[in-house]
Design a protein around this ligand. Structure first.
Ligand code: UD1
Ligand code: CA
Length: 458
């Protein structure tokens, strides 16, 4: 059985954060989630996460995933180090297990790479395998010391390395495969006689080697994959690399990104062929964008579903649906739970909340539609407000097909406007309006003759 142990108990002091390091996000997804997901490449039966004082916050974030949590006691007088962290999970390791160890702070690792590592470990009949990479600047990482025959002799941490060892460019990723029994036995033999007084899991490699077992190193091509996040600077670098990966995928799929460096798309977003994304666009969560859409500058789309041929400019769309051929913005705000049907036109400073806007309906300027169901081909004039809140409760209104609502009207919810009704501009509507009727709800204009001269205003 393959099991994974992910180490996430470290304090991450260099992040200078109240929050656990592994819960910081890269492209809106916690670092740790990337690591957990990458282990899917290894047919893992049991995922164990070693947590520390961050236990409750991590559990809360990952309650939907089937994970086993082991707590590492953290404190000044407590032992520390990656080896000590692995020890917390020993009772989950069976002698026959193949154990994959990962560090919770390496979000760029790919599922395929884990699969390759597992295959390499099994095909070569190795007892321990470490995933490595060559870095131009290996500073800070553990170095891989290899024998003439290519087998791995040991891993030395930067702080414990001799000048000669520091020259080695091949580094330890912190990802390993172990034979379960050997790992358990060897963990009993590690000590903290090193520069940091920590129990290093890396020492297990040397112990296994010295017992005469075979230890290998599997080197990967793209060193970015094992980039560890220890500081905010490294977090930003990871974000950039991840964003490039995501953007490249969309471009390969036939999406045009005018300026990939200023386009921010989360990992789970789908975009259809021939859509064009302009600079400053942010697309988040599990949003889906159809084909042939044009998403112009500074638009934010959050967990929304956009149909084909939609045009959006400088607008914010949250948890809503926009159907094909609609034209949104500039400066439209579509708030959660709205359904914008086909061929709708929403323009400048129009806000829609928890409402349905029927096919072909237009609200081109300065309007608020909240908690309402608007039919097809309705005209919502400039300055129309659906007055949905009395300070205590919210109310819904219904507007049927082909209604015309003149400018600056207030629709005091709950109210029902039947099809083909006509609301005169400036009306405040409080009662039902029947089919084909005109509702005019404002006082009549009165002109007082010569009022200005009588008042001696001129
Ligand atoms: C570690 C490796 C180093 C490797 C590098 C790759 C060791 C001794 N060194 O160094 O060879 O090149 O990662 O990024 O393993 N953790 C715990 N409990 C602890 C200490 C750490 O769970 O007591 C966890 C941390 O939360 C983190 C991971 O282990 O997710 C790695 O710890 P970190 O302190 O970042 O190790 P590095 O110094 O980066
Ligand atoms: Ca690290």
């Amino acid at each position: 059985m393959n099991i994974s142990i992910i180490l996430a108990a470290g304090e991450g002091t260099r992040m200078k954060s109240q929050k656990s390091k592994v819960l910081h996000e890269v492209c809106n997804k916690p670092i740790l989630e990337y690591v957990v997901d990458s282990s899917k490449g290894a047919d893992i039966k049991k995922n164990i996460i070693v947590v520390g004082d961050n236990e409750s916050s991590i559990k809360e974030k990952f309650e939907n995933k089937k994970l086993i949590f082991k707590r590492q006691p953290i404190g000044k007088d407590k032992p520390y180090g990656t080896g000590y962290a692995v020890m917390q999970a020993v009772d989950e390791i069976e002698d026959s297990s193949t154990v994959l160890i990962l560090y919770g702070d390496t979000p760029l690792i790919r599922e395929e790479t884990i699969e390759e590592l597992m295959d390499f470990h099994k095909e070569q009949g190795l007892d321990a395998t470490v995933l490595t990479a060559s870095l131009e600047n290996p500073t800070g990482y553990g170095r891989i010391v290899r024998a003439e025959d290519g087998s791995v002799i040991k891993i030395v941490e930067e702080r414990d390395a001799s000048e000669l060892e520091k020259e080695i460019k091949e580094i330890n990723s912190g990802i390993y495969c172990f034979n379960g029994k050997l790992l358990k036995d060897s963990l009993n033999e590690i000590n903290n006689n090193n520069a940091q007084n920590e129990y290093y899991v890396t020492d297990v490699i040397e112990i296994i080697k010295n017992k005469g077992y075979s230890v290998g190193g599997h080197k990967i091509e793209d060193p970015n994959e094992i980039y560890g996040v220890n500081s905010r600077l490294q977090l930003a670098s990871c974000e950039k690399i991840m964003r490039e990966r995501i953007n490249e995928k969309h471009m390969e799929n036939g999406v045009t990104l005018i300026d990939p460096d200023s386009t921010y798309i989360d990992g789970d977003v789908e975009i259809g062929q021939d859509s064009i994304i302009y600079p400053g666009v942010i697309i988040e969560g599990n949003s889906r964008i159809g084909k042939n859409c044009i998403i112009r500058q500074n638009t934010r789309i959050y967990k929304s579903d956009i149909g084909d041929n939609v045009y959006i400019e400088s607008s914010t769309i949250e948890e809503s649906l926009i159907e094909e051929n609609s034209d949104i913005g500039p400066y439209t705000h579509i708030r959660p739970n709205s359904k914008i049907r086909k061929n709708v036109k929403l323009g400048n400073f129009v806000e829609i909340k928890n409402s349905e806007i029927g096919e072909g309906t237009k609200a081109s300027h300065l309007a608020y539609v909240g908690d309402s169901d608007i039919g097809k081909d309705v005209n919502i004039g400039c300055g129309v407000v659906f007055v949905n809140y009395d300070g205590k409760d919210k109310f819904r209104s219904v507007v049927e097909d082909n209604v015309f609502i003149g400018c600056n009207s207030n629709i005091i919810s709950p109210v029902y406007i039947e099809k083909w009704a006509y609301i005169a501009a400036g009306s405040t509507i409080t009662d039902r309006v029947k089919e084909n009727d005109l509702a005019i709800a404002r006082s009549r204009q009165e002109n007082k003759e010569d009022w200005v001269t009588i008042k001696k205003f001129r």
